[in-house]
Design a protein. Structure first.
Lengths: 119, 113
């Protein structure tokens, strides 16, 4: 069974500090997909990034960067020079390519990390 | 392109009643999934529909059901509501396969009294 662990329940940083959110996953599949979503107080899950299991290249998008390491089953997310607008709950999620039906889709989420950026 | 929409946004029901939630996917998306989010259990997968067929189902009792229409819009129904059904219900849509990214709607906040 697949599992996602986000060990950090809550993190507080002062604005402009860098912060890394950890994500460790478990899966028996060789093909899988990893995601990060942001959930602001409004409740909607906002998609941030998707990474395929066969692509270990790190990704940078503005102040956001992601480090994917299959050897340690980790997919960590770093925010550089944090801002108050980054305050939210961040979820790491995993989807296996093979579900109970061909092409069926099921995301397994971690418990989330609540990030508070203090001005 | 419009995002995923969910109606209603807020709902208050009493125990024993039933409720129907609606989800309209992003135009062109054919897969719709439903998730329940509670403080205790976090985000849990309910079911997924594609081409009007349930393609995958999570570990929830039969009181939770859903359907999908020919225009890909989806509804989920919860019968005989229990206090523990109070949650944020999120709908997500994706193009077709498990390779496609799921995009979420704003959710329906259900409170059972």
């Amino acid at each position: 069974a697949q599992k996602v662990t986000q060990a950090q329940t809550e993190i507080s940083v002062v604005e402009k500090e860098d912060v890394t959110l950890d994500c460790v996953y478990e899966t028996r599949d060789t093909t899988y997909y990893l995601f990060w979503y942001k959930q602001p107080p409004s409740g909607e899950l906002v998609f941030l990034i998707r990474r395929n299991s066969f692509d270990e290249q790190n990704e940078i998008s503005g102040r956001y960067s992601w480090n994917f390491q299959k050897s340690t089953s980790s997919f960590n997310f770093t925010i550089t020079a944090s801002q108050v607008v980054d305050s939210a709950v961040y979820f790491c999620a995993l989807s296996e390519a093979r579900g109970s039906g061909a092409g069926s889709y099921q995301l397994t989420f971690g418990k989330g990390t609540k990030l508070s950026v203090i001005p | 392109k419009a995002g995923v929409t969910q109606t209603p946004r807020y709902l208050i029901k009493t125990r024993g009643q039933q409720v129907t939630l609606s989800c309209s996917p992003i135009s062109g998306h054919r897969s719709v999934s439903w998730y329940q989010q509670t403080p205790g259990q976090g985000l849990q997968f309910l079911f997924e529909y594609f081409s009007e067929t349930q393609r995958n189902k999570g570990n929830f009792p039969g009181r939770f059901s859903g359907r999908q229409f020919s225009n890909s819009r989806s509804e989920m129904n919860v019968s005989t509501l229990e206090l523990g059904d109070s949650a944020l219900y999120l709908c997500a849509s994706s193009l077709v396969t498990s390779e496609d990214t799921q995009y979420f709607g704003p959710g329906t906040r259900l409170t059972v009294l």
